[in-house]
Design a protein. Sequence first.
Length: 184
Amino acid sequence: MRKGFVTVDERQIKVLSNPVRLQILALLFEEERTLSQIAAKVELTPATIHHHLTRLLRAKLIRHTRSVRKGNLVEKYYTVPASGVDSSRVWADLSDRDKVAYRLSTLGMLKALIDRGTRTLQRRGTVEFDVGKIVFYRLPWRGDVLQQVNEIMAKARQELSHLEERHRGSEGDRVMAVFTVLPG
């Protein structure tokens, strides 16, 4: 099992300031994958994924682990050499522009996951991701319903806060809960 975090520099932060590259990294944190597997997961062409893999490889954020021959085709597998990315050492030195670009990339990655989840939900009625779980509810866009949703979200925040307090300082992986209300 991979341990520790990759400490990134300013150049690597700039490479990561792309939502597709962040999606690729998230997938590779879960398990090693081929270009074809990544392209299928993020619903982009293999040529596009190849471009992003090349950028990640040059930045030493991912590595090639092995090659498997399948007929005339050689599939290369890629992975991340650690269990996470640590940008804290360079964050203060980044320009505001670079910080905004990185944050927008993170939001772009989340939007892509939500968009992909919405399409999957429309096709199959369920959503499963290697990097998380998304649940959708379609409700009427009325003031009384929105008020009830806000109350439910307030209770959920309170429960999650209590859960966080009980497990503060515990070892192990972490999860993030994101609640949002969007017009649908």
